[in-house]
Design a protein around this ligand. Structure first.
Ligand SMILES: Nc1ncnc2c1ncn2[C@@H]1O[C@H](COP(=O)(O)OP(=O)(O)O)[C@@H](O)[C@H]1O
Ligand SMILES: [Mg+2]
Length: 287
């Protein structure tokens, strides 16, 4: 019996997602037939797949309603639509905070200077975004407020955070979970340049290296991962998760992002992660 898996991507993802060839090879080795399919491919028959695995659907950020409506129609999708609905808007950070988990200090839709978090520089970003689009770093409070007001005027939720300068030296640590377990960690360099303003084309992520996480990072990421079950009640367990940690002003690891929708798994940096993904798919199909 052939077992058929879809790795779901986007026009751009199919061209440049470096995880895809490694995932295809590992699933092939495990005996699966694998199709690479765009989520918005109107001709795709999703009922043909034993499992459709959401990977690089990066264009969901400006097509969210359409993307979630599509996700509803797929018979067996991971991560599941409940998780996608919750996780495609960074307002989930409030839920993490309410659950007592450490997150980057965030102000939502600030109206004036008194609302801004105490900082010398700020990051402003929309709550629905990927690939740092519409995101910028400001040293001028009024510029940060103008950016936030522009996002709000466009009907979006603006987020303002202190620029955590630890990303300039310690970087951001991506903690990857595959099939319910911690798999590997990758350090990402800083991305936002001072004075560059809003950019749409920060695509390349050259500055990546595998790292050993600290015990503190393991603890925080483990607690966040364990909390998903309660934060998205009734949803099937995530097939994959990425928890991006940065260090706050007190050098404590805090969550910048919990990525359950389209995280790069950084398989080129940790190639054995592809076989782990294939085993996780196998376990999923046996349920
Ligand atoms: N508060 C912050 N301090 C420092 N850098 C930040 C901050 N917020 C975002 N960045 C930078 O911008 C990038 C993109 O922001 P992020 O919150 O990860 O959104 P997304 O990856 O969904 O676009 C991060 O990888 C990081 O380099
Ligand atoms: Mg990110």
């Amino acid at each position: 019996m052939s077992r058929r898996i879809a790795l779901v991507s986007s026009e751009r993802g199919l061209r440049v997602d470096p995880d895809l060839p490694l995932a295809v090879a590992a699933l092939g080795d495990a005996g699966y037939e694998v199709d690479l399919v765009r989520w918005d491919d109107a001709a795709a028959d999703w009922s043909r797949f034993d499992l459709a695995v959401v990977r690089s659907c990066w264009d969901y950020a400006w097509r969210l309603a359409e993307f979630l409506a599509w996700a509803e129609t797929v018979p067996k999708l991971r991560n599941g639509v409940e998780v996608l609905r919750w996780n495609t808007d960074k307002t989930y950070l409030r839920d993490l905070e309410r659950a007592g988990l450490p997150v980057v200090r965030t102000v939502w839709n600030p109206l004036g200077p008194a609302d801004l978090p105490e900082a010398e520089e700020w990051v402003v970003k929309p709550s629905v975004s990927a690939g740092s689009r519409d995101t910028a770093r400001w040293s001028d409070a009024s510029a940060a407020l103008v950016h936030a007001a522009q996002l709000a005027a466009a009907g979006r939720t603006a987020m303002v955070q202190p620029y955590l300068s630890s990303v300039d030296d310690r970087g951001e640590t991506a903690m990857l979970f595959i099939g319910g377990r911690f798999s590997h960690a990758v350090r990402k360099g800083a991305l936002l340049e001072p004075g560059e303003g809003v950019r749409q084309d920060r695509n390349s992520r050259g500055d990546l290296s595998r790292v050993m996480p600290t015990a503190e990072q393991r603890d925080v990421a483990g607690a966040v991962f364990a909390a998903i079950h309660d934060l998205v009640p009734g949803a099937p367990a995530p097939l994959y998760a990425r928890i991006d940690l940065v260090h706050d002003e007190a050098a404590r690891p805090v969550v910048l992002e919990l990525e359950l929708s389209e995280p790069s798994l950084f398989l080129p940096q940790a190639p054995e992660g592809a076989a782990t993904l294939a085993r996780a798919v196998e376990a999923e199909l046996q349920q």
